[in-house]
Design a protein around this ligand. Sequence first.
Ligand SMILES: [Cu+2]
Length: 131
Amino acid sequence: MRRLLVIIPLLLGAATTVAACGGSSSTSASSASTSSTAAAAAAPTVTIDTFMFQPNHVAVARGTSVHFVDHDAINHSVTAGVRGAPTPDVFDHVLPGKDATFDLTLTQPGTYHYFCKFHPGSGMEGEIVVS
Ligand SMILES: [Cu+2]
């Protein structure tokens, strides 16, 4: 997890949409808004389309499922961690081809990075912030 946390500031700087997600850390308190609460309340769907997780950043309350749908006609995976430092013990699920689905429910607050272990393209990475 320490290595994952190092990456967070980079992502915060790279994507302005991340700011809307707020977060549980005290450093982001100034960016908290009512919209972050609304985003965390819904059960989001992440689609996999042409080797991309979309959206690649979602925020949920603990216990709220994130629904993954594979629109590609090939296998993809939702594997915890980052490509250079996977943590498949946290979660590691293969979506076996077109229209395969997977519901991921995380009960511990934190930022969870994930990636597809089959395809090292930049689009096959994402993160889930659990509050
Ligand atoms: Cu893939």
